[in-house]
Design a protein around this ligand. Sequence first.
Ligand code: SF4
Length: 331
Amino acid sequence: MKHVNVALFVVHKGCPHKCTFCDQRSITGFARELTPRDVEEAARTALNSLDGETAAGGEIAFFGGSFTMVRREYMLSLLESAYPFVRDGLFKGIRISTRPDGIDDEICGILKRYGVTAVELGAQSLNNRVLLMNERGHTAEQVVSAFNMLKGYGFETGLQMMTGLYGSDDEDSIETAQKIIALKPDTVRIYPTVVLENTKLNALMKEGKYSPLGVEEAVDLCAKLIPMFENEGITVIRVGLHSGGDVEEEFTGGAYHPALRELCEGRIYRNTAYEILKDLPQGEYTLCVGAGMASRMAGHKKCNTAFFEEKGYRIKIIQDNSLNKYEVKVR
Ligand code: SF4
């Protein structure tokens, strides 16, 4: 069944932190604060446009990254607005995302009481040096202890990681992924760093102290990370920042692409097929891939087909429903 989220963005006005990648000015200055009425209206609008069964499998999702750290009465007012929809079985649950230092027993109790079912933690990295250099204001140990507490309370858990942060390289991103896998979250989101205008990263980039990873490098790295998670049964629910908002206007560097996940999945297929083809003589081959995966094999704007052509392999792609995701057979 199609999974539906009523996605609501909670800005953290007055956030005391200054993460290097975050555009505090747009967060604290201009963005309009979500109101309890907005929550109710968004949920009702979704209910009117969905059939009951689809909505009942969906979630009301509060994104923004610091849900449990906004003013307490404000957080409660949003939950109070969302909870009746869950209590009455109109939606499956409520999903929130927050910082690791925004989790304690009292908060977990409140979240349980208001029908929150899934909690995602913005870990960003599990390397303390990278966390410190990016002024996250929490440690890797805090991520682990908040995560374990959430598990203990029976929440569905998610961890979010970033790649290409200041002071980070592919190696520590892979280590972070390994540590995340050891924790066994239900879901993961991977956000390659996008540099925005009014951020510390932008200043560091201008001073020549930071070179963000571009789209190509981020795709290479994420094409390794995604299978690491998925092979362990951890669902990767997002790769790359959502388009829209102010991202397009404020983007100054880094790995922003509206179809980043598609690019990464195409790269996974290309890597898998090339591993086989590189040992075969140049010529014409048929690549078999699983159901619905032919476009991923061909790559974004057929870039994989062009890649193989350049290497002397003319490829034809066919679908073989017996194959799993990312599996390729060469004929
Ligand atoms: S990303 Fe960091 S600075 Fe920005 S709102 Fe979240 S905690 Fe605050």
